[in-house]
Design a protein around this ligand. Structure first.
Ligand SMILES: Cc1cc2nc3c(=O)[nH]c(=O)nc-3n(C[C@H](O)[C@H](O)[C@H](O)COP(=O)(O)O)c2cc1C
Length: 401
């Protein structure tokens, strides 16, 4: 997409990426795309805020040249060192050797380590201001949103917060970069939640600190480094991030994530009956086949819903492996405070339930109830499974947060 002017002489010069299969080598983005938002401010001193991934250098240079020649660049602000935002730094330095790199003291050694750049780097302190002529920038450190060296840059005259990964989301930008112009806001909110669960969730306590720290700013525009630029309703994405960060301690909203897997169909039959029970309780629920659905999408719903129903068979005295893998990811992402039920089939020793109980203790999840059955469920067991679904659904609807 060609450059877009956000405010007089403040330009979005980002790129859309539909080619990367897995963001961070982990999370699928090729279908829905992801944007790397870079910003160029023209003034007596010209400033570039955040860059793009190295493979997009040609497109990025073209974007810059639509506004200024690289030799006229005075500053390059590196809010965050992750290579999707700094990967073009070495190449950019070759065409703009005069530009001073501005970053936090924590980012400086990273820039040296990643790009072997020693000269022309100036560190800023938390709260420092920088006059560009008519515009003024202010820097605020927000450590661990999402690396320890991260900061945001606030442009004071128009009130634009360049928030880097904070308030970002997946989803390439289609025809517009703005929330108030896009036709499918729900898509971007959904992809922002998936991004949150995949990338930011672990650092929810730091997200809350950052939001509190930035609360006096009241930006007119929130311009993150991925996804939509929030101009129509800048508070919306801040409030969403606050709500999502709270889920780490509250366990989430009234809803059930049903995680199911099967080898020969016994647990699948019970899962279908369990869903009948859930439906009767009128709790919202979402079902994921853990054998087939990528964890990126499951983590999103797992983060959001306070109820988790696990329906998998015993496999080699433990949990069905794709489910164990998912719980490992949940642990790494700090997904806590869930209410859990288990149902599943076994043939001789069982063991899935036992392993799930250990995971629950480890994850700070509460195991509410369970139902194991040998082989295929009997009519009586089917009835109990439905009752379990109904009971659990009602309970999840009622749990106050
Ligand atoms: C590779 C493999 C390992 C298994 N390990 C165990 C086990 O350790 N203990 C047990 O009780 N059943 C074990 N089972 C039996 C299954 O749990 C049982 O067949 C169950 O009914 C499968 O449920 P499903 O039809 O939903 O796949 C194993 C089955 C397979 C195929």
């Amino acid at each position: 997409m060609p450059r877009i002017e956000i405010a007089p002489n403040v330009f979005w010069i980002g790129v859309n990426d539909y080619n990367t299969e897995l963001f961070e080598g982990l999370w699928p983005v090729s279908e829905k795309g992801v944007s790397y938002n870079s910003y160029l401010l023209k003034d007596q001193k010209n400033v570039l805020i955040d860059l793009v991934k190295s493979s997009y250098f040609d497109e990025f240079l073209y974007q810059i040249k639509q506004v200024i020649e690289p030799r006229d660049l005075h500053y390059i602000v590196v809010n965050h060192m992750e290579p999707d935002h700094s990967g073009t730094l070495s190449l950019l330095r070759e065409v703009a050797p005069q530009a001073t790199i501005l970053c936090t003291p924590q980012a400086q050694p990273m820039i040296q380590a990643f790009y072997h750049l020693e000269k022309g780097i100036q560190t800023v302190q938390d709260g420092d201001e920088l006059s560009l002529g008519t515009k003024k920038l202010q820097f605020f450190f927000i450590p661990f949103v999402h690396w320890p060296e991260t900061m945001v840059t606030f442009e004071q005259s128009f009130g634009i917060l360049f928030s880097c990964d904070a308030f970002g989301g997946y989803g390439a930008l289609k025809g517009t970069i703005f929330d108030d112009q896009c036709q499918n806001l729900d898509f971007y909110i959904d992809e922002a939640l998936r991004y949150y669960a995949n990338i930011v969730a672990k650092f929810s306590a730091m997200v809350k600190k950052a939001i509190a720290k930035l609360s006096d700013i009241k930006p007119n525009v929130v311009a993150p480094s991925h996804g939509l630029i929030w101009r129509g309703n800048p508070q919306q994405i801040v409030e969403l991030y606050q709500k999502w960060a709270d889920f780490q301690t509250t366990g989430g909203e009234a809803g059930v994530t049903l995680l199911y897997g099967t080898m020969y169909g016994a647990t699948e039959k019970a899962t279908e009956t369990f869903m009948q029970g859930l439906l009767k309780s009128e709790v919202p629920f979402e079902v994921f086949d853990v054998r087939k659905i990528h964890p990126s999408y499951i983590l999103k719903t797992l983060w959001q819903n306070r109820g988790v129903a696990v329906a998998v068979p015993t496999y080699e005295t433990g949990l069905f492996p794709p489910l164990a893998h998912l719980l490992d990811l949940a642990k790494r992402k700090g997904i806590a405070g869930k209410k859990v039920v288990y149902l599943g089939s076994f043939a001789w020793s069982g063991g899935a339930k036992r392993e799930l109980e250990k995971w629950c203790a480890d994850l700070n999840w509460e195991m509410i109830d369970s139902l194991e059955f040998k082989g295929n469920p009997t009519i009586q067991e089917f009835q109990k499974v439905e009752e379990l679904g109904n009971r659990f659904g009602k309970m999840i609807k009622q749990v106050s947060i």
